[in-house]
Design a protein around this ligand. Structure first.
Ligand code: DGP
Length: 113
């Protein structure tokens, strides 16, 4: 059994609220939402962060981005949304399985903290 939290969610071993999926990626509600819409999009395969995913499998990265855009449309974020890949501990990454945050449903300030 994998020790990676998001691998375990992808495998259905840990419950999550699924929002969308494609062959290579899944999207589920963030457990600690920071906006009215806050969905995580992850590759089914394990990659530690977005840089490692792009280097190893750029087509997979495209699948993740495609699903993120689909989630934004499905969640009614035509007015705007933010797509964030925290990469590395210094940037706030806490789960080391690549994931995009799809956030929206409120005004989002810039720069982020
Ligand atoms: P980051 O800090 O960028 O690595 O984002 C990790 C996100 O994962 C954070 O927003 C909270 C979320 N998260 C952590 N544990 C769980 C969990 O068990 N289930 C779900 N759905 N989200 C989780």
């Amino acid at each position: 059994m994998s020790e990676c939290l998001f691998c375990r969610i992808a495998a259905g071993e840990i419950p999550a609220t699924l929002v969308a999926e494609n062959d290579q990626a899944i999207a589920f509600q963030d457990v600690n939402p920071q906006a009215p819409v806050h969905v995580l999009v992850i590759p089914r395969a394990h990659h530690s962060d977005v840089s490692e995913m792009v280097a190893a499998d750029p087509l997979l990265a495209g699948q993740v981005l495609a699903l993120a855009a689909e989630v934004a449309e499905q969640e009614g974020l035509a007015d705007g949304y933010r797509l964030v890949f925290n990469t590395g501990a210094k940037a706030g990454q806490s789960v080391f399985h690549a994931h995009a945050h799809v956030m929206g449903g409120r005004d989002l300030t810039w720069p982020p903290g």
